[in-house]
Design a protein around this ligand. Structure first.
Ligand code: KG4
Ligand code: ZN
Length: 338
């Protein structure tokens, strides 16, 4: 069997993930050992618990991934791992494991920026080369709009000044007493609610730039909730979720399409955990159709944290001739995309 497979490890936060991609970026397998249930009682990720569990889960997950993919160690031609941004104690587990494997196999090691993984993920499975486009990345830790010229050539047009969109979903979910993480639950409940029931602010929607701010929205949600008092009916919660979601989606859509307009890019992509949001997906699709733009949405399996996107990014970097990282490369919890 050809030895150009990329084995990738992602442990930047609370998901232990391993994937294998072929030389052209086709994903053979992408597995996630989720820690969501473990952190749920705390209402957020506990870094110490996350890293301990990565170290327990990672090795068996790698073995399982290779067995299920039907490949052996000799077929691995490169190893990749997320080097940041993320929790340092979590990043270290994936980074050192991947480097040890690369030493053992005497093959190149690629240290991959988690945000580049998200950014390129809408191209997974399409068989299309990465061309110039505008990317919206919306996750639990980041919200940014990036002008992409090619693989490895990124210009950040704007990002959030405070909370990320996913973070706002999760914090408001917590306020409402919903299951952790709040984003998917709010998304589901919003489908049954009235989007106009509550008048939440669309901060910075008319600022004319690509900066975001979601902390005012979170405060406004807090006040609205306090005003409702203790006894809130289920249908009011649905309305609350629908109105809150719409406020976030309005801002994301406005800025994304403004970026396309300003730059003249004809292709736009949306990635990151929040890109699973149904309302965001349908609004982006409708707007792209109306403007005659092409839209690539990340597939749900590659939206929330996964190693498939890391394997894909490493394979694309290798394909375009970007040199592998040295084994002395370091992790960086605050790693920047550009
Ligand atoms: O990309 P991701 O898995 O992790 C980070 O890199 O941060 O994103 C996780 C975020 C969480 O905040 C989660 O609530 C949000 O994505 N999320 C959603 C949905 N599914 C996941 N937010 C809104 N609607 C969803 N359906
Ligand atoms: Zn992520």
């Amino acid at each position: 069997m050809a030895s150009d497979f990329v084995l990738a490890i992602e442990t930047s936060c609370d998901e232990t993930a391993v994937a294998v991609a072929g030389g052209n970026g086709e994903i053979l397998i992408s597995k996630v050992a989720s820690q969501i249930a473990l952190h749920a009682p705390y209402g957020g990720v506990v870094p110490e618990l996350a890293s301990r569990n990565h170290s327990v889960d990672l090795r068996p997950l790698i073995d399982q991934t290779l067995v299920e993919a039907g490949i052996d160690w000799k077929s691995i031609g490169s190893v990749a791992a997320t080097s940041g941004p993320g929790l340092s104690s979590s990043l270290l587990i994936g980074d050192t494991t991947a480097k040890a494997i690369a030493v053992g196999l005497q093959c190149p090691f690629y240290s991959i920026n988690h945000m580049e993984g998200h950014l390129l993920s809408p191209f997974i499975g399409r068989g299309e080369a990465v061309s110039e486009h505008i990317a919206l990345i919306v996750s639990g830790g980041h919200t940014m709009i990036v002008d992409v010229a090619a693989v490895g050539e990124y210009q950040i047009l704007g990002s959030t000044r405070d909370d990320a969109a996913g973070e706002a979903f999760d914090k408001v979910g917590k306020m409402l007493g919903l299951e952790y993480p709040g984003g998917p639950v709010i998304g589901r409940r919003a489908e049954k609610g009235d989007r106009k029931a509550f008048d939440f602010p669309r901060s910075m929607i008319d600022s004319g730039d690509f900066q975001f701010s979601f902390s005012g929205l979170k405060t406004s949600a807090r006040y609205a909730l306090d005003k409702l008092g203790a006894e809130i009916g289920e249908s009011v919660i649905d309305d609350f979720c629908a109105s809150f979601e719409e406020a976030i989606v309005d801002v994301l859509i406005a800025k994304l399409f403004l970026a396309a307009e300003r730059t003249g890019r004809r292709l736009i992509t949306v990635s990151g955990g929040v890109s699973c949001n149904r309302r965001l997906r349908e609004r982006a699709e409708a707007e792209a159709r109306e403007r005659g733009l092409e839209l690539f949405l990340a597939l749900p399996d590659y939206s929330t944290d996964n190693a498939g996107m890391i394997a894909f990014a490493a394979a694309l970097r290798r394909l375009v001739g970007i040199a592998p990282s040295g084994l002395d490369s370091d992790i960086d919890p605050n790693l920047k995309l550009a």
